[in-house]
Structures are given as structure tokens and as C-alpha cells.
Ligand binder design. Sequence first.
Ligand code: PMP
Length: 390
Amino acid sequence: MKEEQTLHALAREGNLRTLPEAEHDGVWIGQDGRRMLNVASNDYLGLASDRDLQKEFLRSVPERDRLLSASSSRLLTGNFAVHRELEALLAGRFGRESALTFSSGYHLNMGILPAVADGHTLILADKLVHASLIDGIRLSAARCIRYRHQDYRQLQSLVEKHHAAFDRLIIVTESVFSMDGDVAPLAALAELKKAYPNVMLYVDEAHAVGVRGKRGLGIAEEQGCLADIDFLCGTFGKALASVGAYVVCSRLMHDYLVNRMRTLIFTTALPPLNVAWTKFVFSRLDGWEDRRIRLASMAEKVRGAVRRAGYPCLSESHIVPLVVGESEKTVLKAAEMQQNGFYVLPVRPPTVPEGTSRLRLSLTAALPEAEMERLVEAIEAPSIPSEGGT
Ligand code: PMP
């Protein structure tokens, strides 16, 4: 059977995946009788492991919102008051006309582009955007050109060359890139798009919301361009410790998406209890600057250690890859880190390009300081030499 052959081939290349079987306990993970520090989750602010915060929420949540299922699509009977309240909160905080929430970041990215990009649209997407964006592009009728990762000269020349031939161009990027941790210059991209009336900007802040910006609103806040991004998107499943996703946009776009976005229309709405939790967390985001500062200072230390150990490191954030190269060596390196008490997982093709397999260290503000020092030591004393290069 072809599936069996595929699995054999994956195993030969060191790319076979299995579902990890680990026991979670806050920042610690238990597996095979070993207790390890979790440096592989997206709980960047440590909110998902903050039991006190969760207890406070459960004590305060009104009876009205204690529903575990919406039992229907938003467009039928699944549109509860708490959904509308969360969207009003998001629009207000981001200073924009409207916000719309979705079941997940995958639904969001897979749904918006097919709704807004037709055969007269050209999408210009960074080479390294997330799989959910690629799937959204594939589902749309638009033409697409992928520009070299963070190569904005190439992007600018593509805009100059093509803007007159299409009704609409949409630039698609992440802000903090999920596998390299580098940061896009959103303010410069906003300037570029503003020079052309038919160019729009779509930004996925999945790994930045909560973490970056004075009030935790992401890189667009940090770079002062919150108002200039047509589709400013993020997920609730990472720093915000919940589930779901959002876009902030114009009222017109909100109304259009409600009518045309299939991954919003044809799916069950998020459960009210989850939405209430997201609202609770988001309403407090301003107050967690101490966690953002701590995370940034830990990330700086870890990036320093990765560089001193001789690995290439383009990261400018709390996502710090240790790019080993070959998949098999990466698997060994992950096992070695686990032996040392750090739970990291190998990230291999197709998640990352061939030859760039890596350990993706993703830090959390909940890491104890003493363990940070041990982590830095473990990174700086690698037993497997790196191959350099990405
Ligand atoms: N966008 C990016 C950049 C992501 O990394 C991810 C998840 N890893 C998603 C979107 C999907 O978000 P969700 O997990 O909410 O489906």
C-alpha cells in the first residue's frame, strides 16, 4: 500500500512523526519516568499554566457563559452575547472599527483569503508563511507569488511590476515567524502598501500577540502601525492560553466576511465558556508587562547561548531555533536535550525546508530563573557539532 511505503520512506529519512505521549504539569512535563522543563509550548506568558488565574476566572464567570458548546454556527443560534462582547473588546483595544473571531487560527487563515481574493487578485506571500496561510492561498482563485523570506526589495519590485495588472494585491506575512523567530518590519510594509490604492496588507500575529507591544497587542503596536493593516490577525491558542482566533478590520470587511467566509459560516461557533475565558484574559493583557519583559530578557540570554554554541540564529524573539540541519541529527539532539531535562521536540520537513531541521525552543515567562541558567549551559555544551548554515 502506498501509505505503508510513505511511512517507511519517512522513517528512513528520520522524518517519521508520532504523537508525543507526555504528562503535563504546568511548566513541567513527565515522560518515561523523567521530569523535564517544557521549552516547546506556545504558552509564552505562562497563563495556560497559571492555575490561580484559572480559578479566579471560574469563580467570576457568570452563569450565562457557563456553556460548553455553542451547538450551532455563529450565523444560526451559535452567536452568544459573549462572542459579541469579545469582538467589541478586541476592536476597542486595537482601535479599529470591527473584529471577528473564529474557531482557530487555521480556520481564520484558511477562510479569509479565499473569501477576498478572486481571479483578479495577486497574493504576494513571504516564502515562510504558515501552512494555514498556504492552504488559504491554495483555496483562493488568486494568483500567488512567494517572495524570498523577508526580502522586501524583491517584494517592492513585485508590487511595482504587477499592481497595474490586477484589481488587488494582497501582501501576506507573519509578524514573528513561527519557526525562525525573526520579526517582519510591519511599519515599512504598511508604508509600501499605502503608496498604492489597490494593495492590502494581511498580517498573522499568532506568535506576537500577548508577547510584544507595550499593551501586548503585537508587533503592529510595537512598530506603531495598528491602524494600517487591513487584516490584522492573531490566535488565542498561544500566549492568550485559550482557543480560537481573530481578525481586526474595517466594518465593511467584517460584514463581507460574515457573508462570504466559509470557515466562519459552516462551522460550530466557539463554546461560550472558552470565549468568556479569552475575554477575561484579553481584558487583562495590559497588566502583564512584567511577564513580557521577563520573557524578552530570557530570550536574549538563550539567543546568546545559541550563537555562542555556533548555531546560526536569526531570531529576534522568544522563539529560538537551534538549526541542526539533518533530521536524524536533530532527533538525536532533541533526545540529548531531553536527557538533560529539557523537553524540546525536533521540527523537520515539511514543517521546515529540507536540510534545516531544528529544535524549536519556545520560551515561557513561567520558566524558573534557576532552570534558565541550566538551559543556557545545556545549549552551550552541545555534544553534536552543528553543521552551520540553514
Ligand atoms: N498561524 C501561525 C503563524 C501559526 O503558527 C499557527 C499555529 N501553529 C496558526 C496560525 C494556527 O493557529 P491555531 O493553532 O489557532 O489553529
